[in-house]
Write a new protein. Structure first.
Length: 424
């Protein structure tokens, strides 16, 4: 169980880091201030500051986020709030302490009466609670705030906020998270191909003939090409497998072309094997050949990622043709349960699982649902068509509705997963 938990956390963290790094990188390129890069949710357990961004690890390792200036942020400090100020020799504020559990010895105590950290950059208030001593300090553009939970982040003037970037740059920033997940999947599948020593070929050539199998008893050898079964021409591995599967215990005539160019026809009867649902299928005891070329391994990253994307789009499309079913989705419980199975397959299985999850995360995030990256892109497109963004109030309502629907879906999916994996 410990191994499964550690693997789950590592895999989930890699997915989140790559996803959020996409938003982070393109936000920086767009001139948007990224105030925090967080792995996990809940209380902060570690923080590290580099440049303008504070990197944090939070206690619940089931997600993460990038806090971009002006992007779904609430007002940080309100009038009447008691704070501590660190000022430099020119009486300019370099740090604002709004963390009640940490008192700075050299801080100037103030009760806020007015504050502007976006446009005019000032803080005004009464020193030490003395309402006869009103003081106003200018605030440096790169001044820091220690927030109520103890996280130290930089203030965000208007010109470095999300909405100040051009529409194409904002769209690229929103798209970058899912894009990074697709890139991660490609890289993971390439790594998988190198770990396996090659890519499973779909050619109609035998890779390995299992000893004492029907194929071995019929005289088939590694490297033989299956060109015809009975009257059916064979051009791919899939065609051969399908004919064998539907003919258990039935004699078939295999037309073989050996590696040395000789041809022969041999009778071969697939063995009948019962599947988990009681269906009998035919098997002859052969495995695919491996394409070990460098470019085949590189190409596998792209072809396998594209294959999974098309499969996922097909499943999502079936929601409209066959109806919605909660069984189409899997949440953290399903991911954990599957991870438990994957761990037994070793590192190759884990890398494959990482790639599969990354494709799913990337595509699902592009769904046009408010609260997801796809929903944000839809709002960007609406802004482009209208020539101006929706009002903050309307956009806020749309986002809240989307988040509420996502939370409801998450609860339903989680409960369905619990029933499936723990009660059935």
């Amino acid at each position: 169980m410990i191994t499964t938990i550690i693997t789950f956390i590592i895999v989930f963290s890699i997915l989140v880091i790559f996803h959020e790094f996409g938003h982070y990188y393109f936000a920086k390129k767009a001139g948007i201030l990224v105030r925090e890069f967080a792995i996990g949710f809940g209380p902060k357990i570690f923080s590290y500051r580099r440049g303008e961004t504070t990197f944090t690890i939070r206690i619940l390792p089931v997600g993460g986020y990038v806090r971009m200036a002006g992007y779904e942020e609430e007002t940080e400090i309100k009038p009447g709030t008691p704070i501590g100020l660190i000022v430099n020799d020119n009486n300019e504020v370099t740090l604002i302490n709004n963390y009640k559990k940490k008192q700075l010895l050299d801080a100037v105590p103030m009760e806020i009466s007015a504050i502007d950290l976006e446009k005019d950059l000032f803080v005004e208030g009464y020193l030490a609670g003395d309402e006869t001593n009103l003081v106003r300090y200018p605030v440096l553009r790169d001044a820091m705030i220690i927030e109520e939970d103890g996280t130290e982040v930089q203030i965000a003037p208007l010109d470095v906020q999300f909405q100040s970037a051009s529409l194409p740059k904002r769209m690229m920033t929103n798209f970058a998270g899912p894009m990074n997940n697709i890139i991660l999947a490609v890289v993971a599948f390439i790594v998988l191909a190198f770990m396996q020593g090659g890519v499973v070929s779909q050619e109609n050539i035998l890779g390995t003939v299992v000893p004492d199998s029907p194929a071995a008893e019929a005289g088939l050898k590694d490297g033989d090409r299956i060109v015809q079964i009975d009257d059916e021409k064979i051009t791919s591995w899939t065609e051969m497998v399908e004919i064998v599967r539907v003919n258990p215990d039935k004699e078939l005539l295999f037309h073989i072309e050996s590696a040395d160019g000789t041809e022969k026809t041999v009778p071969l009867t697939p063995a009948a094997n019962e599947t988990a649902d009681g269906t009998e299928i035919g098997q002859i005891g052969v495995e695919n050949s491996l394409n070990t070329s460098f470019w085949a391994k590189i190409g596998f990253g792209f072809t396998q990622t594209w294959f999974l994307m098309t499969q996922l789009f097909t499943v999502l499309g079936s929601m409209f043709t066959k109806g919605f079913s909660i069984d189409m989705f899997g949440g953290p419980v399903a991911i954990y349960a599957t991870t438990e199975t994957v761990v037994r397959t070793g590192l190759i299985g884990i890398v494959n699982w990482l790639a599969v999850l990354s494709v799913n995360l990337g595509i699902v995030n592009l769904l046009p649902i408010p609260g997801l990256d796809g929903g944000k892109l839809i709002l960007n497109i609406v802004e482009g068509v209208r020539g101006k963004p929706l009002s903050e109030e309307k956009e806020g309502i749309i986002t809240l509705v989307g988040i509420a629907l996502l939370l409801l879906l998450m609860v339903l999916v989680t409960w369905n997963d619990i029933q499936t994996y723990f009660f059935n």
